[in-house]
Design a protein around this ligand. Structure first.
Ligand code: F6R
Ligand code: MG
Ligand code: MG
Length: 366
């Protein structure tokens, strides 16, 4: 059976600043999807990561389907009404356009979609990150799909040994999707050269070279590229098919033990380590740290099992401690050097006006 997985997520308001949505807000979104989605969806799973609500849907309508996107958009519009009625902070903040125009892309919400022939056993992972941007997936995906130091399957499993194709997007190009296809391992250094620049080049998708099947789809939207100013971080989502001809779940999860520094956290303007957290958890320290959750599923004819929390295992408690130490260490240097993002990223915030005023006071000494 051909199944489509669509995940569409947005920040439409939260309690106590940018911590997490209210129960009633989540309930409103759930009820809308259950009602309006009845004839469209096979199944759905609605969760939050930090202040973002993600609607994961299974259906048979293919990617980019107008009715599916409208269902999610309308659920977020209904949620926004509830958020306003409760006085939640940032109510509707990611709904950047007034009227729906066929697809949520370019309208604020992030989306990632995959269509495939369901296997007899169909395991997949749904990742959602908050207080960071799509570049946060660059290193974990590189390690999982291109580095045998992380993924022994690249050496040990014949189909994985043929490598993977990375589709990488230049997110600075706003006139359309500017992408490049690069094959691992043949073009490893080219892939590395692009993926190191996490604010400009992000992974759009990853494909098996042995089977031609798609393993990964990730959201690539940059809110400041849409709004032209800072309206919140781009808090990405990602779907990853696992096992057999794809890396094992453990190979996909392993890179998150690094707690790599990513862009985001307070005012979307810092470099802070990415913490793997449990499902439906909030945000705290310094409007962060940036977090990533992972729900593991099996699926049959589009019907989902319950979500299993991939970062709930005690192993990740130690990682969270290490990430906390990294976060506090970095914060000790405040805004200096690597602690804050480079000017090109900050230019969407209010700092440009401040610098403009100072420009006039500069003098060239005789
Ligand atoms: C980060 C984020 C927060 C806010 C910060 C200030 O993505 O959303 O760190 O930037 O709390 O928010 P405002 O300007 O809304 O008071
Ligand atoms: Mg927010
Ligand atoms: Mg968020």
């Amino acid at each position: 059976m051909k199944v489509t997985l669509s995940v569409i997520k947005a920040d439409i308001g939260s309690i106590g600043g940018h911590i997490c949505p209210s129960r009633q807000l989540l309930q409103t979104v759930r009820e809308h999807v259950a009602g309006a989605g009845k004839s469209l969806l096979v199944d759905n799973y609605i969760s939050h990561t930090g202040d973002d609500i993600a609607i994961l849907m299974t259906h048979t309508r293919g990617v980019g389907d107008k009715a599916i996107h409208k269902l999610a958009w309308d659920a977020f519009v209904a949620g926004t009404e509830m958020a306003k009625s409760q006085g939640l902070y940032g109510a509707g903040q990611d709904l950047l356009k007034d009227a729906f125009s066929g697809n949520v892309r370019g309208m604020g919400p992030a989306s990632a979609e995959l269509e495939f022939d369901e296997r007899p056993n169909e395991p997949f992972l749904f990742f959602a990150a908050d207080k960071t941007d799509p570049g946060a997936f660059n290193l974990p995906l590189y390690l999982a799909f291109a580095d045998p130091m992380n993924t022994p399957g690249l050496m040990l499993a014949p189909s994985l040994g043929q490598g993977f194709r990375f589709v990488i997007m230049d997110v600075n190009h706003t006139a359309g999707d500017r992408v490049i296809e690069l094959d691992a391992p043949d073009e490893l250094y080219a892939i590395a050269a692009l993926l190191r620049d996490t604010e400009r080049y992000v992974v759009d998708s990853v494909w098996s070279r042995a089977t031609g099947l798609q393993a990964v789809t990730a959201s690539t939207s940059r809110l400041h590229n849409i709004a032209g100013k800072y309206t919140g971080k781009d808090d990405p989502v990602m779907l990853v098919r696992v096992q057999k001809d794809f890396p094992a779940t453990g190979e996909i999860l392993a890179p998150y033990a690094l707690g790599p520094y990513v862009a985001g956290c307070m005012r979307g303007s810092h470099q802070m380590p990415l913490m793997p957290v449990g499902l439906d958890s909030g945000i705290s320290y310094f409007d962060g740290p940036p977090v990533i959750s992972c729900a593991a599923f099996a699926m049959h004819e589009g019907r989902l099992t319950e979500a299993v929390d991939a970062f709930a295992h005690p192993f990740w408690d130690t990682v969270r401690q290490q990430v906390s130490h990294k976060a506090v260490d970095m914060r000790r240097q405040g805004f200096f050097g690597a602690a804050m993002l480079p000017m090109a990223e900050l230019e969407y915030t209010g700092i440009m006006e401040k610098l403009q005023q100072l420009e006039e006071r500069f003098v060239v000494r005789a």
